[in-house]
Design a protein around this ligand. Structure first.
Ligand code: GLU
Length: 320
């Protein structure tokens, strides 16, 4: 067990907490509490301004408080941290690892069509690399990470690596270990390609903001929903390119709606009604494979949480 543990819950305020996001909140809190001296931080990820809902961040904090989940440090709001993201982008540009892109969606679609690549439903094709060699006289719209180059030139000079690499790249695949899902791999260049760091609408991309903030907050363990697992390799590449340490990752099971789709605000998941927080937490605990409370209505919040901290230790805290 590590002595210094810092975990976090990092919701996007695109709506209030729902049953699915409570699972990630509870899991990340339990993991911090199950590590002696562990700290748990809350960060409101309001970097994607067009998708944020006014008041949702405050509402989420109230919902967490009703569940007995309080941040062990000041709550960070990503909307106030643009300077840090800009510095990180400048650092990548200075190292030749980020480049400007002038392509519109239409340009990208045309480049794919010209190369005979067709899009499968729901699956984006990787960026075709049009602007890798320069923009010509087209105006800059976005900035991209040079994934393909970075992976091809792997490993970076040892001095650039902040720590013993917790992932590796072999034959184009990035390999990493998830504490719950086990061995994972992704062809980042082939499936996601040179991804966006600063978007055409002026918002920093989630991938960059999350990496900068996890490092700035000294996060050692990330616990979040399984829907985010396939973002992890992109985040690992950015950590490496910025000389930042890589936390350990645990991706939790998702809550699915009646139609089998992941419960999400976009799919109209109902905000949590917290007139009975123990009951809401009991349902989240069940998703995590934790024991259900025998008497949900007669169990105090603190007792329920303490019971799950103990159970968590046996469930997810085993070394892999
Ligand atoms: N803000 C992201 C979301 O709510 C989660 C970020 C993370 O945990 O890495 O989907």
């Amino acid at each position: 067990m590590t002595a210094a543990y810092v975990g976090r819950f990092a919701p996007s305020p695109t709506g209030a907490l729902h049953a699915g996001s409570l699972v990630a909140a509870l899991a990340s809190w339990l993991d911090a509490r199950a590590h002696p001296g562990g700290r748990w931080l809350v960060r409101i990820e309001d970097v994607d301004r067009p998708r944020c809902q006014a008041g949702a961040g405050e509402r989420i904090l109230m919902q967490l408080a009703a569940c007995g989940l309080h941040s062990d440090g000041p709550v960070l709001w990503q909307s106030q941290r643009g300077t840090l993201y800009q510095q990180a982008l400048e650092q990548l540009v200075a190292r030749g690892l980020a480049y400007p892109c002038a392509c519109t969606r239409k340009d990208i679609a045309q480049a794919h069509a010209a190369a005979g690549r067709t899009r499968v439903r729901h699956i984006e094709l990787p960026y075709p690399g049009t602007c890798r060699q320069g923009l010509g006289n087209r105006p800059v719209r976005a900035w991209r990470f040079a994934t393909t180059d970075y992976m091809q030139n792997w490993p970076p000079a040892p001095a650039e690596q902040a720590q013993e690499a917790p992932f590796f790249i072999a034959e184009g695949l990035l390999h990493w270990q998830d504490r719950r899902l086990g061995a994972q791999q992704q062809d980042v260049a082939g499936t996601v390609g040179d991804f966006v760091l600063l978007r055409a609408d002026g918002c920093y991309a989630y991938q960059l903001a999350v990496v900068v903030d996890d490092a700035a907050q000294h996060v050692t363990h990330v616990v979040r929903g399984e829907d985010l697992a396939d973002n992890t390799p992109r985040q690992m590449l950015l950590q490496s390119a910025l000389g930042l340490p890589t936390p350990r990752y645990l991706h939790t099971p998702l809550v699915r709606g009646a139609d089998g789709e992941k419960l999400s605000k976009q799919h109209g998941a109902a905000p949590l009604q917290l007139d009975h927080p123990v009951q809401a937490l009991d349902e989240a605990a069940a998703v995590l494979g934790l024991p259900r409370l025998v008497q949900v209505h007669n169990t105090a919040l603190g007792d329920a949480l303490a019971l799950w901290v103990k159970a968590w230790d046996g469930l997810y805290n085993q070394p892999l």
